[in-house]
Ligand binder design. Structure first.
Ligand code: GDP
Length: 195
């Protein structure tokens, strides 16, 4: 996968826009403000591929990117408290439709804020991934914000968390200094190579 060939493909806000897809697909998921857009931009070495905003919540869309014959799905962030009921419903319908379509999902990259315990929504998502049998990894974001001691504490807490037991890998990452990007690329490439 040559990440320099990444390009924006489509942005869908309603479930009717989603069709089946047989291209190998890598999915990015996480709660709102976890640093998903920043991580995607850092990973692909682009400033504005995914929109970063200081305001959590943004718009509820699934964004697709293409890297040659690989599809990248950027799922809408969840757990934004100030989202309206209407937006919440739209989020649920979109996610349900996404996972109900026939897809070739190779890996789900589940983002979690390294500084905090996973939220209830995070646990729901992790439980869903496990129950549905999707291969997933956890990327612990914003690791640059922790000092050495905090980082060790958080690492230990995540390693003991039952919701992370099925994760293929747990990667500590920073969109600020690029930590974890090489490891993430290696795992993604491995998942694409697996048949
Ligand atoms: P999203 O809602 O998950 O897409 O999150 P964003 O990428 O928009 O990031 C939310 C906020 O966290 C922004 O203010 C980012 O600048 C900040 N942020 C994201 N990733 C990192 C990181 O790795 N380190 C630090 N220090 N801040 C980050």
């Amino acid at each position: 996968m040559n990440i320099n060939n990444v390009r924006f493909e489509a942005s869908f806000g309603t479930s009717a826009q989603l069709g089946n897809s047989d291209l190998p697909e890598i999915v990015f998921a996480g709660k709102s403000n976890v640093g998903k857009s920043s991580l995607i931009n850092k990973f692909f070495n682009r400033k504005n591929l995914a929109r970063v905003s200081g305001v959590p919540g943004k718009t509820t869309t699934i964004n697709f990117f293409r890297v040659d014959e690989v599809r990248i799905a950027d799922l809408p962030g969840y757990g934004y408290a100030r989202r309206s009921d209407n937006e919440r419903r739209r989020w649920g319908e979109l996610m349900e439709a996404y996972f109900a379509t026939d897809r070739n999902i190779r890996l789900v990259v589940q983002l979690l804020d390294m500084r905090h315990e996973p939220t209830e929504d995070d646990n729901t998502m992790l439980g869903f991934l496990e129950d549905a049998g999707y291969p997933f990894i956890c990327v612990l974001t914003k690791c640059d914000k922790l000092n050495k001691t905090e980082r060790e504490q958080r690492r230990k807490a995540f390693s003991e968390n039952p919701y992370l037991k099925s994760a293929i890998r747990v990667i500590e990452a920073s969109a600020q200094n690029g930590e974890g990007m090489k490891e993430l690329k290696d795992v993604i490439e491995q998942s694409l190579a697996d048949e």
